[in-house]
Design a protein around this ligand. Structure first.
Ligand SMILES: [Zn+2]
Length: 137
């Protein structure tokens, strides 16, 4: 087995381990949510639990996304396209991949993308101050 294959295998195991951890955490969150349902709390507890629940759901959504990203990274490893920029098809630097194995863009394309999304946020973004008072009330 050459060095590259060994590295890829190591990374794949790492990603799989991470996926299991995340899925386990998501299961625990679900169990928590069910427990809350069994014991109806008073109004103020309810409000706190609502907030907790929203945060948990958000976290689960983020987890789901990272599991998907990892899954895609594993697929790229299997296809042999891992470490290649999906925009310009150049090799992503080893340092960047080490910091973020799920990276799909090289640093140049990533910078370009960030610039673009910042421009979009500025032109298309909304702000509370721009809303009519009737919208706020
Ligand atoms: Zn690129």
């Amino acid at each position: 087995m050459n060095v590259r294959t060994a590295q890829v295998k190591k990374l794949r195991n790492l990603l799989k381990g991470k996926m299991v951890t995340i899925q386990h955490a998501a299961d625990e969150t679900l169990k928590d949510l069910r427990n809350h349902d069994e014991n109806p709390p008073d109004f103020y507890d309810q409000a706190t639990i609502e907030t907790d629940r929203n945060i948990n759901l958000l976290l689960r959504e983020l987890d789901r996304q990272s599991v998907q990203e990892m899954d895609e990274a594993i697929q790229r490893i299997q296809k042999g396209t891992f470490g290649r920029c999906k925009a310009c098809n150049k090799q992503i630097s080893a340092g960047r991949l080490k910091a973020n194995p799920m990276a799909t863009l090289c640093i140049n394309c990533k910078k370009k993308e960030e610039k673009e999304s910042m421009r979009m946020a500025k032109s298309g973004g909304w702000s509370l101050y721009e809303m009519e008072p009737s919208d706020v009330w």
